[in-house]
Design a protein around this ligand. Structure first.
Ligand SMILES: *Cc1c(COP(=O)(O)O)cnc(C)c1O
Length: 428
């Protein structure tokens, strides 16, 4: 199709009419989301108001710099929006300073390392296969490429972060930055002990709360802010909103963090996303958000309880025997099942989740033994204890059968639950 710049209707035609291919793919994805039990722990359901802001006319605006000191004029409304986002983030988390420009959680980590380290400095993070995130240390990322990055692990006996190893590695290698934070872990971290170790060796403590920022905002998780020099986060995981990252930090390093985000690691911020972040931070201060986070925790606990109860039948072990957060990890090794194959079968029933390598996994990548189930997306959809118990029943019946659904009855139960609890009611 020829797109003519002279055709004024180009700017007014709806997507369905202008680009039926992309439009149909979005509709397809909406239908998939509606009919799926989403147990992907990093996914949520952004509210309509967040989508509205993120898809707004702010999209094209250039605004390099920070409120009151931009490289472009005509940023008065962008300044207002960014100030709202900053003030709301600071109030929500009780932080000295907030930078709301990072494009993602990964960019937030890159900026914090940029602010606090010189290339070649030692960084200590949590091993990916043990629950950490690659952007803390892994060779394939900027962290491993630019810094001398080392990793700590969980203990073999209780699968909790080995704080003695953190201490030993920190004393021996004296990192500039010590990361605390996880993607695949189901227990609280010992922030006070991390702080002690960081102080002893002169490291900055960075808490990456990409996954649990929403729980912290709702005060249903220990608060890392008083312990950390900086906290990085995503705004789209448990915070449930705009697609992007943010950084909180102590006053003393605020200037360095701001300079590391822009111009250090990024160009112009995304004003449409900044607006959606401001809306997200506002929503995260409400009672409704807190109630949803409580229901999320309760949902994860309920699923863990049902799956622990069913362990004899499923031969799938709930790692650490339960959860303190919005997700749980399940180890398929006792039944000898491979996680990616099993997940493929769960997908056919209408369940999405993640296959993950677990600490001390007997399988070699890309094969793995772990499944991660999160409760957040379903809690956004309105699921409560009763529905989460049904989800867990479906999961345990499937896992007892290697993920298969021979009679099709599990797929039917999924279809019933997803139609009882509709998604995006305002959309056609
Ligand atoms: C998801 C995640 C990130 C990365 O966030 P993106 O927005 O996907 O780049 C960083 N750290 C942790 C701990 C995460 O779980």
């Amino acid at each position: 199709m020829a797109l003519s710049g002279a055709d004024p209707s180009l700017f007014e035609r709806v997507l369905e009419d202008l680009d039926p291919e992309v439009s149909a793919a979005i509709d397809g994805e909406l239908a998939r989301q509606r009919s799926t039990l989403d147990l992907v722990a990093s996914e949520s359901v952004p509210p309509r108001a967040v989508l509205e802001a993120q898809g707004s006319i702010l999209t094209a605006k250039y605004a390099d710099g920070y409120p009151g000191r931009r490289d472009y004029d005509t940023c008065e409304w962008i300044d207002e929006i960014e100030c709202l986002a900053i003030e709301r983030a600071k109030a929500l988390f009780g932080a000295d300073h907030a930078n709301v420009q990072p494009y993602s959680g990964s960019s937030a980590n890159a900026a914090v390392l940029h602010a606090l380290c010189e290339p070649g400095d030692v960084v200590l993070g949590f091993d990916f296969a043990h629950g950490g995130h690659p952007t803390h240390y892994a060779a394939a990322t900027f962290a491993g490429r630019n810094y001398r990055a080392l990793a700590y692990h969980v203990r073999r006996d209780n699968r909790l972060v080995d704080m003695d190893e953190v201490e030993t590695l920190a004393r021996r290698h004296r990192p500039k930055v010590l990361f605390a934070g996880w993607s695949c872990y189901s227990r609280h971290l010992e922030f006070a002990r991390f702080r002690e170790i960081a102080d002893e060796v002169g490291a900055a403590l960075v808490v990456d709360m990409a996954h649990f920022a929403g729980l912290v905002a709702a005060k249903v998780h220990p608060d890392p802010v008083p312990f950390a020099d900086a906290c990085t986060m995503t705004v789209h995981k448990t915070l449930g909103g705009a697609r992007g990252g943010a950084i909180l930090c102590r006053r003393e390093i605020a200037e360095r963090v701001d300079a590391a985000v822009y111009p250090g690691e990024q160009g112009c911020p995304l004003p449409n996303v900044t607006a959606a972040k401001a809306v997200t931070f506002r929503l995260a201060g409400t009672d409704a958000f807190r109630e949803r986070m409580e229901r999320t925790l309760q949902g994860a606990r309920t699923m863990a309880e049902v799956l622990v109860e069913a362990e004899d039948r499923t031969k799938a072990h709930v790692v650490t025997g339960g959860t303190d957060v919005h997700q749980l990890l399940v180890d398929l090794a006792p039944g000898g099942r491979e996680a990616r194959t099993t997940l493929g079968r769960l997908n056919k029933i209408g369940i999405s989740a993640n296959a993950i390598a677990l600490a001390y996994d007997p399988r070699v990548e890309p094969a793995c033994s772990g499944l991660r189930f999160g409760a957040m997306a379903l809690a956004c959809r309105g699921f409560g204890r009763e529905q989460f118990a049904q989800v867990a029943d479906i999961l345990s019946d499937a896992l007892a059968n290697g993920g298969e659904d021979p009679g099709g009855s599990l797929a039917e139960r999924v279809a019933e639950l997803t139609s009882e609890m509709p998604l995006y009611r305002h959309l056609a």
